[in-house]
Design a protein around this ligand. Structure first.
Ligand code: ADP
Length: 229
């Protein structure tokens, strides 16, 4: 699903920063992987490369059959729309749109027919347990419900890869645990490959594999017992 070969990412500034200093990594389809590491270790940079938001300075990033380093901006844009979905710590829902409209947004952007969109949205809301909340505004939901809405928006395109940036960071541990259970269910039932950047040890325990970054390098890579199957 995902292969990185000798990936280096440097940022130019007053002095050059090597955010990623030679990453080699393979993640198979259907894995659920946590990425942990201290602040500045390169986690966000890595997530941006996997999501096709940025390109490496050198090396190869192949995700879902697309060689992102060699792709044009147009190719990466198509990749972002069809192959990958994102969830974030702060949910990033549109505050003026109802929950169902938020979930429908990626399908509208893809040009899907209205009837088909309604079906898909209803299905996604049901999958995350928000079927009764579609006509509410995000403001009217709890934090856990907002993250569920964001997950529904991520599911609705059936992308094979879900990238999560601190998905439990704004939630108390009970709500966080519910979100992790939901992600595990999605991973198991849909086979979606899930990569979670996190500081939350509970999130790491929910995964089947833990990758530790330090100074832009992979410091550890181990399987997690008791996590996702
Ligand atoms: P993490 O997500 O683990 O905190 P980042 O990937 O954000 O780490 O950052 C890795 C390194 O790259 C840090 O030293 C950071 O300061 C630097 N960095 C990240 N983004 C930029 C940028 N846009 N310009 C310059 N330096 C950056």
């Amino acid at each position: 699903m995902l292969k990185l070969h000798d990936v280096i990412k440097t940022y130019d500034g007053k002095s050059e920063v090597k955010a990623l200093a030679g990453i080699n990594l393979a993640i198979g389809a259907g894995e659920m992987v946590a990425i942990m590491g201290p602040s500045g270790s390169g986690k966000s940079t890595l997530l941006n490369l996997l999501g096709g938001l940025d390109v490496p300075t050198s090396g190869q990033v192949v995700v879902a059959g697309t060689d992102l380093a060699g792709e044009t901006e147009k190719g990466r844009s198509l990749f972002r729309r069809s192959k990958v979905s994102y969830i974030f710590q702060a949910y990033h829902l549109m505050p003026t749109l109802k929950v169902s409209q938020n979930v429908a947004l990626p399908l509208h952007l893809a040009g899907m027919a209205t009837g088909e969109i309604e079906k898909k949205v209803a299905q996604a809301l049901k999958e995350v347990g928000l079927e009764a909340r579609g006509s509410h505004l995000p403001d009217e939901l709890s934090g856990g419900e907002r993250q569920r809405a964001a997950i529904a928006r991520a599911l609705v395109t059936d992308a094979p890869l879900l990238l999560a940036d601190e998905p439990t960071g704004n939630l108390d541990s009970a709500r966080g645990a519910e979100i992790l259970e939901l992600l595990k269910t999605i991973n198991r039932e849909r086979g979606t490959t899930i990569v979670i950047v996190t500081h939350d040890h509970n999130a790491a325990s929910a995964c089947n594999r833990l990758i530790k970054l330090r100074d832009g390098k992979v410091e550890g890579d181990s399987s997690v017992s008791g996590g996702a199957a």
